[in-house]
Design a protein around this ligand. Structure first.
Ligand SMILES: [Zn+2]
Length: 247
């Protein structure tokens, strides 16, 4: 394959732009913010679940308290009714009086027990409320941390993307001039040779694979016409001869 020496040299510029674009893409993919955001996101999701569970616990305990307070109220009103009947003097039979007094005593004991239950539930409700408050605060904090990390990531993206845009424009200007058949070989080599399709011959070495050529090999490269597209014998990349290649 033949190509004008100037076009072969343009391949080196193209290679520099393409390598720069590869680096920028790699930088975009491996921003430290990605791992950070993944971690904060996982924490955030876990916290959300905990808040939901704590709120459910709080709701259950609230209903439990209402029920226990109703139980106390029921016993209290029954005791009050009995007391009223006792105070009214309407009951005269000693047996009935004794039964009523006995029941009033039992109800007082029952009310005391139920009030203890209410107190115990109130304590649990307070703990549940504290937990909801704490977890909600942690969730809010994690939202702030997440938003902040996403902001840093987006700022880094914007910076990288602006540079990509500029390098792409510069690359297009060069790519538009390089002959299509040369571009095709270069592109194919870039795919198979780790992103490097064209390398300079410099100080007896292929700058693509760093192989140092023997004098004999160098002489045979030297013997090739300037418009011959030379390939490195070791890596197969397009070997570009420049003014400082020493050939
Ligand atoms: Zn090579």
């Amino acid at each position: 394959m033949n190509a004008a020496p100037a076009d072969q040299i343009r391949l080196l510029d193209l290679q520099a732009f393409d390598s720069k674009l590869d680096q920028l893409a790699h930088r975009r993919r491996s921003l430290p913010e990605h791992a950070e955001i993944d971690k904060v996101n996982a924490d955030h999701t876990a916290l959300k679940d905990l808040v939901i569970a704590a709120q459910a616990q709080h709701g259950d305990t609230t209903r439990e308290l209402t029920k226990a307070e109703q139980d106390v109220e029921q016993v209290r009103s029954r005791a009050a009714r009995n007391q009223q009947r006792l105070d009214s003097g309407a009951i005269t039979s000693p047996k009935d009086l004794e039964n009523l007094q006995h029941e009033i005593g039992s109800l007082a004991k029952r009310q005391g027990d139920l009030e203890d239950v209410v107190l115990e539930i109130m304590e649990r409700l307070e703990s549940a409320q504290t937990r909801v408050t704490e977890l909600t605060a942690r969730l809010e904090h994690s939202t702030v941390v997440l938003t902040e990390a996403e902001g840093r990531r987006d700022a880094a993206y914007a910076e990288i993307d602006a540079e990509v845009e500029k390098v792409r424009r510069d690359r297009e200007a060069v790519a538009a001039v390089v002959p299509a058949d040369l571009m095709k070989v270069y592109a194919k080599l870039r795919e198979t040779q780790g992103g490097v399709g064209a390398a300079r011959l410099f100080q007896r070495r292929c700058e693509g694979c760093r192989t140092e050529f023997s004098i004999t090999e160098l002489n045979s490269i030297k013997a090739e016409p300037a418009d011959k597209v030379v390939r490195c014998e070791n890596c197969g990349r397009i070997l570009v001869r420049t003014a400082d290649s020493g050939v």
